[in-house]
Design a protein around this ligand. Structure first.
Ligand code: NAI
Length: 286
């Protein structure tokens, strides 16, 4: 997809961070944008700010992306308002979970629901519409560099993001087989300065455990503090949005933002093919 002006974009997780920056980039490219997010107040505030800045073509739709019927409603409202959809960002996501065997069923359900099932629903719902339009379209699924590395100490998140990478690779193959006019990319960023660390703000009560998680050890607390600092010093979301649009124009499947992770991705591939066990993944080694 090379032409964006006058086309229609749908962005999930649009009220904050990378999704908001993608929305702003879409507007700068002259697109109509449907902003979807679960956090209604933040969504409305973001949409209102963009409208008061002179952007008229914005529709905000409160959406829980982990629920198939809400994605269906999002598509219906998009078509009702703008008549088509050309660019879909399956971007909403949460950081959560921890130790693999101590993470609860609710931890897994929440993280996989928002990070992985949402992308599956997004494809099931929007791609038939895109194909029926017979116009140039593109779908960007947000994974993470955690979806390309092994051995990170956050099983739920890691599984969800490896899932998004695998799903997008299969989707890419399906599009080639069908000869569809739809392209796809999987965004695998490193650290970006967003509110991902405060993901718990949107965790539904029915997916929250009654029993509080065990208290953190001093080492775990230190790790959390370091992680927060690294995120604060991370790339700005607007830079990610620029990288993403460049990649869409080039019809590039894998979108990486931080070169420093390249050697770690290669080391993992080498360990797999040579039968070596993983060395510890130190995400903070940049
Ligand atoms: P963020 O927390 O600033 O934005 C995420 C947005 O998703 C929020 O507006 C939130 O309300 C929304 N959201 C959460 N649950 C939702 C649901 N059930 N339905 C609809 N919307 C929901 O975080 P950020 O970083 O902008 O996250 C965007 C994506 O980027 C996520 O998929 C995340 O995993 C991914 N990512 C972020 C990285 C980072 O360093 N910030 C690194 C790698 C990937």
């Amino acid at each position: 997809m090379k032409e964006f002006k006058g086309k229609v974009a749908v962005v999930t997780g649009a009220a904050s961070g990378i999704g908001l920056a993608l929305t702003e980039k879409c507007i700068a490219e002259g697109m109509h944008v449907v902003m979807a997010d679960i956090e209604q107040a933040a969504l409305e505030a973001a949409a209102e700010k963009l409208r008061s800045g002179g952007s008229n073509s914005i529709l905000a739709v409160k959406t829980d992306v982990s629920v198939a019927s809400e994605i269906e409603k999002l598509k219906d409202q998009t078509i009702q308002e703008f008549g088509a959809v050309h660019l879909l960002f399956n971007n909403a996501g949460v950081g959560g979970g921890g130790n693999t065997w101590m993470s609860t069923k609710k931890d897994w359900d929440w993280v996989l629901g928002v990070n992985l099932w949402s992308v599956i629903y997004g494809l099931q719902t929007f791609v038939p519409q895109m194909i029926s339009q017979d116009t140039e379209c593109h779908v960007v699924n947000t994974a993470s560099v955690a979806g390309l590395l092994g051995g990170t100490t956050n099983g739920c998140y890691s599984v969800s993001k490896h899932g998004v990478v695998a799903l997008t690779e299969s989707f890419y193959a399906d599009l080639q087989t069908e000869g569809a006019k739809v392209g796809t990319s999987v965004l695998c960023p490193g650290f970006v300065n967003t509110r991902i660390f405060e993901s718990g703000r949107n965790r539904p009560a029915d997916l929250t455990d009654d029993i509080a998680p065990p208290a953190m050890t001093p080492e775990q607390e230190a790790r959390v503090e370091m992680f927060k600092k690294i995120l604060e010093q991370g790339m700005q979301p607007a830079e990610i949005a620029d990288i993403v649009f460049e990649a869409i124009r080039n019809d590039q499947l894998y979108i990486l933002s931080h070169e420093a992770f390249g050697p770690m991705i290669e080391a993992r591939a080498r360990n797999i093919t040579t039968g070596n066990n993983p060395t510890e993944v130190n995400l903070f080694a940049e």
